[in-house]
Design a protein around this ligand. Sequence first.
Ligand SMILES: [Zn+2]
Length: 141
Amino acid sequence: MAANEKCESTALISDIVYHEYTHGVVCHVYEWMLKPYWEETGSMNEGLADYFAATMNDDSCIDDFKYDSDCLRDLKNNLKYPEDYSPEPHAGSGVFSASLWDIREAIGKEVTDMLVITAMKEFQPQTFSEFVTALVTLDQK
Ligand SMILES: [Zn+2]
């Protein structure tokens, strides 16, 4: 999208670049992709894209445009499953990405990033519960 006085170019916003790039990584890492793009698999796809954008920028606020200081999504949130969960992947991702961000704040960026990418590669989790099990299993190794 071209920039103008009301909107900067989204191609120059690192949150968006990292988010979209992570979708490519997810597609490559998951042998069967995270499908369908709805409910938990879609939410995990969006949540992973947000998590890696946030961790790369060391900022939980996703998409804080220069002209609008509000976050599109913030990984520092109090969303809870199942009461705050929505099957729409962007809306539903907040529960999942916030849990990854909480882990990152507790044990650090490097370990969490490694655990998350390894969980994806080795366990191919298809649900939130399977992802948690994969993280715990890897952490105990
Ligand atoms: Zn996305």
